[in-house]
Write a protein that binds this ligand. Structure first.
Ligand code: SF4
Ligand code: NI
Ligand code: NI
Length: 709
């Protein structure tokens, strides 16, 4: 058929191109020249996942070209032709990889980001599982009409999808005013069509990171991407054979391709379809991938979507600012009795933001909620959301919480009519939307009058914040009788489950015990199920028959034993989206911790990404533990192995961030003052000898403990 002919023509062209490029590169740089994509532990991810081969130098490539060619049978069969599409993906990976030979940085001035590093993929785990990012759109080509392209991309943005752009559409979208960057969920990859591989490897690494798919298991890989990665492709403009064969590769991975030219009888229902009217592109695309977008209909004049969360409003673009450094501010959610409040009552006390920029005002966002199932413990859970909700508004920026916040409203939003009452509307509607099962009534008061804000802060805010902090501090694993599972990440990591306790939050850092408890109330059959704290087998490791039983059920039998406090004995598993990873440094008798943001190497000789690749996908790997930032200063952190006095190295930023709480814990547990000063960091040393010398000079306590393993 025309279609298979086109696919084969493209695949054969790419195969020829790839073979030539590999031979040229070897002639020029030699077979030993180093070859790697930046910041990944998965080599050439497509080749690694499909065949298990680890490409590290040019000399590894000729064999891969052989595999690539073997995928192209040129037989008149659609299944075979789709495999040829995979060959195109492999070819694209090699062609892109060659750009990075000997550590070159080909994307520095390209206008696209090129290869997506592992830590970025890990950071996408939580928004993808919560549906905050409901899907992934791949948009490539050159649009005949850039305003129609922009319309489509902006609609994905408004719906919260993550969109990757490849080709001329990058410049066209930019020219049409699309806001771009990872923060805006519109990511330009590169101008060459081969750059499409950089989104393909995101899906492929998701299978390796979250899905525990074994390298070489091609069938398992294709099943994972088809079932669990909600991606699709939109092409703009005329198609050539290379685009068609790349599209075939996408289809093989399970991603439908929607083109804007009429393919007539060459369409493949559900996989390759024509939508020539761009008004229907988004709807059709979402439908083909069964992506459901939570409708957010709030009567405000500005866009409201999670895609705007990362928007930064600079001073020069700002109309109004509410900043605790200059004025009193307060965010407070309080529980009331049902008869005390009136639903949807919005009250504004004090001046609005009318006037000439910059308008500076105090701000209290005072939210009263009531409901039969409401509990005081949910107040902070709702309150923390205000930060996100304000940020979802296009033209509004929010940082901080409680009495320390900064809110900015842009000139654009002001010009379009945005006023403080709209902030109240947003809070009201989101409370009723997200917390419907516990909140029956909600009223919102926005106060910009200085004396009134001060009064609220003094009489209600500060005392309540203090009481909550006290409650949190007094909440230990011993003080409760219930822990919770969290299985939210199972949509990507089918055999993973977190056990969330007061002292050990979920490894993503986003689910505390209170959050889990609230989630159970909000969605009774949802991801957080209670675990009665009974059947203690070993207090040291935190081992319970009931935990084992429930975790067995939650992981569908993948796991039958898990401890709460040990990194070596039946440790908790990881999905892949952990904030930090802890690994062992045997010569120091201790552990090192690295956070996702740290790009350098650690004293184990591995980067965060490499350490992270040692665990994940719900597989138990003694010696490696993914965890949240806040867990580090907990008394339960690797308590079975001796606790935090085992920590010998951390990146400086992480250490500074947690040092206050860490020092407090060390003082309480061991009587050590300023423990964080004894912990080495990358500004002191990352090599084993340097770290050991530093630890010795500080008489680090780990040196005197029994060997850790
Ligand atoms: Fe995923 Fe665990 Fe976080 Fe739940 S607590 S969202 S399972 S990482
Ligand atoms: Ni309303
Ligand atoms: Ni996860």
């Amino acid at each position: 058929s025309v279609l298979t002919d086109l696919i084969y023509a493209g695949s054969n062209a790419v195969a020829g191109l790839t073979e030539g490029a590999v031979n040229d590169a070897i002639a020029k740089y030699g077979a030993e020249a180093k070859l790697s994509f930046p910041d990944t532990a998965y080599f050439f991810p497509t080749i690694y996942a499909a065949t298990g081969v680890k490409v590290t130098k040019l000399g590894d490539l000729p064999a891969c070209v052989g595999v690539l060619k073997s995928l192209i049978t040129n037989k008149e069969d659609l299944g075979d032709a789709l495999n040829a599409g995979l060959a195109t993906a492999v070819g694209a990976e090699i062609l892109e990889g060659l750009k990075f030979v000997n550590g070159a940085k080909p994307y520095e001035n390209e206008g696209g980001i090129g290869f997506v590093p592992d830590p970025v993929i890990r950071s996408l785990g939580v928004p993808l599982v919560t549906g905050d990012i409901p899907g992934v759109a791949v948009v490539l080509g050159k649009a005949d009409d850039q305003t129609q392209l922009a319309m489509v991309v902006k609609e994905y943005q408004t719906k919260g999808l993550l969109t990757f752009l490849i080709g001329d559409v990058i410049d066209q979208a930019a020219a049409a005013g699309v806001k771009m960057g990872l923060d805006f969920r519109v990511v330009p990859l590169g101008h060459d069509v081969t750059a499409v591989i950089h989104v393909v490897t995101v899906a492929i690494r998701a299978a390796l990171i979250f899905g525990a798919v074994q390298p070489g298991d091609l069938a398992g890989l294709l099943k994972y991407t088809k079932e669990r990665v909600p991606a699709f492709v939109n092409t703009f403009g005329a198609l050539n054979e290379v685009v068609v064969s790349a599209g075939a590769g996408a289809i093989a991975l399970g991603f439908p391709v929607i083109v804007d030219v009429d393919l007539g009888e060459n369409q493949v229902p559900g996989a390759l379809e024509s939508v020539t009217n761009h008004m229907d592109t988004v709807k059709k695309s979402l439908e083909l991938r069964s992506i459901k977008v939570k409708a957010k209909n709030i009567e405000i004049c500005m866009g409201f979507a999670s895609a705007f969360e990362g928007e930064i409003i600079r001073k020069s673009d700002m109309h109004a600012e509410f900043y605790s450094g200059n004025n009193p501010t307060c965010e407070l959610v309080v529980m009331r009795n049902l008869e005390e409040i009136e639903d949807h009552k919005i009250t504004i006390i004090g001046p609005d933001i009318d006037g000439t920029a910059p308008v500076e005002l105090p701000l209290a966002t005072y939210v009263e909620v009531a409901g039969k199932k409401m509990q005081a413990d949910f107040e902070p859970v709702i309150e923390r959301k205000v930060h996100h909700w304000f940020n979802y508004v296009e033209g509004v920026m929010h940082t901080g919480q409680r009495n320390l916040i900064r809110v900015r409203i842009s000139k654009d939003a002001y010009a379009k009519g945005f006023r403080v009452k709209d902030l109240a509307e947003v809070v009201y509607h989101e409370v009723m939307d997200e917390f419907a099962s516990v909140v029956d009534k909600c009223q919102v008061t926005i106060v910009t009058d200085k004396a009134k804000v001060e009064k609220i802060l003094k009489e209600e805010g500060m005392p309540r914040y203090a009481a909550r902090d006290e409650r949190l501090a007094s909440m230990t694993d011993e003080s409760v009788d219930t822990f919770y599972t969290c299985t939210l990440c199972q949509s990507f990591a089918p055999s993973h489950a977190c056990v969330v306790t007061p002292e050990r939050l979920g490894l993503c850092g986003a689910v505390s015990w209170l959050d889990a408890k609230a989630t159970k109330e909000l969605t009774p059959a949802g991801p957080c199920q209670p675990i009665q704290k009974i059947g203690c087998l070993d207090e040291r490791t935190g081992s319970y028959t009931e935990v084992n039983k429930i975790i067995g059920e939650a992981t569908h039998g993948a796991l039958d034993k898990v401890t709460l406090y040990s990194i070596l004995e039946d440790p908790m598993t990881s999905c892949g989206c952990f904030e930090c990873i802890c690994g062992i440094m045997p010569e120091a008798g201790g552990v090192i911790v690295a956070n996702r943001e740290y790009a350098g190497v650690t004293p184990t000789g591995m980067t965060f990404g490499e350490l992270a690749s040692m665990t994940g996908g719900g597989v138990q790997t003694p010696g490696f533990m993914g965890h949240g930032r806040h867990f580090i200063s907990s008394k339960k952190f690797i308590a079975a192995e001796g606790g935090i006095e085992r920590i010998v190295w951390m990146p400086k930023e992480l250490k500074d961030d947690i040092s206050e709480r860490l020092n407090k814990t060390a003082k309480e547990l061991y009587g050590i003052d300023n423990f964080s000063d004894m912990i080495c960091d990358e500004t002191i040393a990352v090599d084993s000898e340097g770290v050991m010398a530093f630890l010795t000079s500080k008489s680090h306590p780990a040196l005197k403990l029994d060997p850790i393993m």
